[in-house]
Design a protein around this ligand. Structure first.
Ligand code: FAD
Length: 299
């Protein structure tokens, strides 16, 4: 069992940012997770301070070095579960270890769950995108689909109307789980919800059409994936943390309803961008520092 004052779950922008603040603020910090999804050759064009495009990989490597400079303990280890022990602390169980802590920052992001669409890989990045704020601009005036479920998909579709009026949500053959509030907003924006699967993707170098499971064709030029991960909401459920769909509910200080548990970044929903994740990480860290100083020391 390893003891820390705060355990941060997720080594993406939110987790790294939070860890820099907590460790620099003198809090004994563990940062758990592995392979941040953005740590690839993705070109980041809209993050402050990089006039030339920076790769996701370089941004994360720089963040890791910065966190290490302030003494963060980083482990490439997947968290399996969190529970309360009889001393009133949280136990974070990972694939390789156990951590005892009085505060936790959830920064688990939303996972890139691949949709079950034949030929998906061929068009990934060539008509298929994972992020409206990053790529919506490239689909100005085009016909696009959001492939996914629930509030996440509805939000992405609503955001897409900044770029095009020809947007639909496709549930990939699953039951529509979008809440009535969001359905009302989709109807107001003329965004239909198609409850069919996608049987085929069409196109040469880039996507230019889909065939639905009932054989109907559509000249879709863009598909945005919006399938969320359950991991952060799984933890939330065990701990009685309030969620909204797949996202963790937080207040302005990134506090959840559970004492000592904070959340930041994509797992809290809203505008899923690096700048937001980094900012929320900083706010969550400030709250965690205050919590640790008030509740976890010298008793
Ligand atoms: P993430 O970066 O998702 O990090 C969460 C981390 O938690 C992951 O490493 C995950 O593996 C880990 N994790 C999850 N569950 C567990 C667990 N149980 N145990 C341990 N670790 C766990 N944003 C921009 O601003 N500009 C862009 O140009 C841009 N381009 C993008 C391109 C792509 C292809 C994608 C997918 C996203 C892009 N985004 C972009 C969005 C941006 O990547 C996210 O908003 C940002 O990474 C969110 O940071 P985060 O720390 O909240 O989550």
């Amino acid at each position: 069992m390893k003891d820390f004052e705060t355990v941060i779950i997720g080594q993406g922008p939110a987790g790294l940012s939070a860890s820099i603040y907590t460790s620099r603020g003198g809090i004994k910090t563990a940062l758990l997770g592995c392979d941040p999804k953005i740590a690839g050759d993705y070109e980041i064009d809209n993050y402050f301070g990089f006039p030339e495009t920076v790769s996701g990989r370089e941004l994360i490597e720089r963040g890791v070095k910065q966190a290490q400079r302030f003494g963060v303990t980083m482990e490439c280890d997947r968290v399996l579960g969190i529970h309360f022990d009889d001393t009133g602390k949280y136990i974070v169980k990972t694939e390789h270890d156990e951590y005892r802590t009085c505060s936790i920052i959830l920064a688990t992001g939303v996972s890139r769950k691949k949709p079950d669409i034949p030929g998906f890989e061929k068009f990934d990045g060539k008509g298929i995108s994972w992020c409206v704020s990053c790529d919506g601009f490239f689909f100005k005036g085009k016909k696009v689909l959001v492939a996914g479920e629930g509030i996440y998909a509805a939000n992405q579709a609503i955001e897409l109307t900044d770029y095009t009026s020809d947007v639909a949500v496709c549930t990939l053959g699953k039951k529509n789980t979008i809440t009535p509030d969001y359905m009302k907003r989709l109807r107001e924006l003329n965004i239909p919800v198609i409850e069919k699967g996608i049987a085929e993707l069409k196109g040469g170098d880039v996507l230019d059409g889909v065939v639905f499971s009932d054989g109907e064709s559509s000249s879709v030029q863009g598909i945005f994936v919006a399938l969320g991960d359950a991991s952060s909401t799984d933890f939330a459920r065990t701990l009685g943390i309030i969620t909204e769909g797949n996202f963790i509910q937080v207040d302005r200080e990134m506090k959840t309803n559970a004492p000592g548990i904070f959340a930041a970044g994509d797992c809290t929903g809203g505008f899923l961008q690096i700048a937001v994740a980094v900012g929320e990480g900083a706010v969550a860290a400030r709250s965690a520092i205050a919590y640790v100083k008030e509740n976890c020391r010298g008793a």
